[in-house]
Ligand binder design. Structure first.
Ligand code: HEM
Length: 464
């Protein structure tokens, strides 16, 4: 009996002590100043409000607490930062302890060696390798010819068909990347890869609970099959001693692989590159098609640019680097599409130590949602911000302006920006020079938490 009493008193003591410590910790931060805001329900926080009401929830909280406030979303205490200057500071200062803070499910499925999971010198090395793979010279000589070849065939025989442009642009983004990355073209490996990849993508944005029938479990399993397919490919290439001029070949070649990546690291890089370009390219392409459909004057101007390029070459001549560089209106259409549709709402960071930020104390391990969406609709930066006006991007300084976060910023700024642009431009080239299209059914497009057409975006295609 005495032993039970003793255990009871010890447990009670520990509980009291920990609640006093927690309270003390909270008060310490209150004294020093956590940002204002609400934390919602225990465990769930304000996740439901955030996912259900998205931008409106964030705007309401901003009206109450200002553009830097605390919340509790997706399982973590989180600061939501909407001030362009503060956001810029956060993105530019990873070295001060503001590292990427993506959810556990993403880290588990993209792999521990993926670029967002590493910091400091490991990130610098990995980024160097990615940047040389995606450099303008590589795009010109290696990737663009493959993209052109892919688009010609992907966009053939669409006339008189009813096409779900969402589905087609998703397939396009994945298959075109597979061709550039590992020379995988239509065939059995492609067929095996595609469904696994779609499961992997779903798994990265799920709760990391490894139970049967969850997106997380199926994402983890999809990762395992993709890793074994890529490992087999690497082994086959090594056995045949053939050096191929694709991204995998580049990583495998000892001359080019200057940071001496292991096979595991190469595989995680390949998965990350596939993943990073997939949704961004597919959704931007789909939304460009939608906006062009709804804005005939823009379509006319874009088509003029592409017919001029086509008119200067034979039907079988591919798009080359000079053609791509001359597509200034197309570039403006892509930037305006990314801005207005807000393909990327923001990026996630976490603090590696307690720090002062924007006059408040942020505890160690808190997430910071660098929410850049609102900057896209700032009427000082973009007059008449809700209109689709690609011409605004033709002013020289716009593409380089300080608060342009469509491709992130600082030391993590997207290394695939130019490749993504080249891919979407080539898609638009063949689409507008070959076809006209009409939307049928006025299908809904939701913009938050990600841009998608829940029932697809169906268009009736006819030859141009
Ligand atoms: C329209 C297309 C694209 C958009 C809007 C876009 C957007 C972004 C954004 C906002 C970030 C910053 C993430 C952060 O700070 O945490 C980023 C990073 C990244 N993107 Fe892109 N991206 C696009 C295309 C691509 C493509 C085609 C590739 C690869 C072929 C790519 C590869 C990457 C990689 C590897 C990173 C991580 C960089 C690092 O951590 O240093 N992206 N992208």
């Amino acid at each position: 009996m005495a032993i039970f009493m003793f255990v009871f008193v010890v447990i009670l003591g520990v509980c009291l002590l920990s609640s006093v410590l927690l309270r003390w910790n909270e008060m310490r931060y209150m004294r020093k100043g956590l940002p204002p805001g609400t934390m919602g329900w225990p465990v769930f926080g304000e996740t439901t409000e955030f996912l259900k009401h998205g931008p409106n929830f964030i705007r309401n909280q901003r009206a109450r607490f200002g553009s830097f406030f605390k919340s509790h979303i997706l399982g973590c205490p989180t600061i939501i930062s909407m001030d362009p200057e503060v956001n810029r500071y956060i993105l530019m200062n990873e070295a001060k302890g503001l590292v990427p803070g993506y959810p556990q499910s993403m880290l588990d499925i993209l792999g521990t060696h993926n670029i967002a999971a590493v910091h400091g010198s490991a990130h610098k090395n990995m980024r160097g390798a990615v940047l040389s793979l995606l450099s303008p010279a590589m795009i010109r000589d290696q990737h663009l010819p493959k993209i052109d070849d892919f688009m010609r065939s992907h966009l053939s025989n669409w006339d008189n068909k009813l096409i779900d442009i969402q589905q087609k642009t998703k397939e396009m983004a994945l298959l075109s990347s597979l061709k550039q990355i590992a020379g995988i073209e239509s065939g059995s490996m492609c067929k095996e890869f595609m469904p696994e990849f779609f499961k992997l993508v779903l798994g990265t944005i799920s709760l990391p609970v490894n139970l049967p029938n969850t997106n997380y479990r199926s994402g983890v399993q999809a990762r395992q099959s993709i890793v074994s397919m890529l490992r087999q490919l690497i082994e086959e290439r090594r056995a045949s001693q053939e050096i191929k001029s694709d991204m995998l070949g580049y990583y495998m070649s000892s001359e080019e692989n200057r940071c001496k990546m292991s096979d595991e690291e190469i595989i995680d890089q390949i998965i990350t590159i596939l993943y990073s370009g997939y949704e961004t390219i597919s959704t931007t392409s789909m939304m460009a098609v939608k906006y062009l459909h709804d804005h005939p004057r823009v379509l006319e101007e874009l088509r003029k640019e592409h017919l001029e390029i086509r008119g200067s070459k034979g039907p079988e001549n591919p798009i080359n680097w000079n053609d791509y560089k001359s597509m200034s209106f197309t570039r403006a259409v892509i930037l305006e599409t990314s801005r207005l549709a807000t393909i990327v709402n923001g990026v996630l960071r976490k603090t590696t130590q307690e720090m002062e930020l924007n006059g408040y104390i942020i505890p160690e391990g808190w997430r910071i949602y660098v929410y850049t969406r609102e900057t896209n609709y700032d009427s000082h930066l973009y007059p008449d911000p809700y209109s689709f006006n690609p011409w605004r991007w033709l002013k020289k300084s716009m593409d380089a302006q300080k608060y342009l976060f469509i491709f992130g910023g600082g030391s993590r700024q997207c290394p695939g920006k130019e490749l993504g642009m080249a891919e979407i431009s080539t898609f638009l080239h063949y689409f507008v020079t070959r076809y006209r299209w009409k939307e049928i059914g006025g299908e809904e497009v939701v913009k938050f938490p990600r841009v998608e057409a829940p029932k697809g975006l169906h268009v009736k295609i006819s030859a141009y």
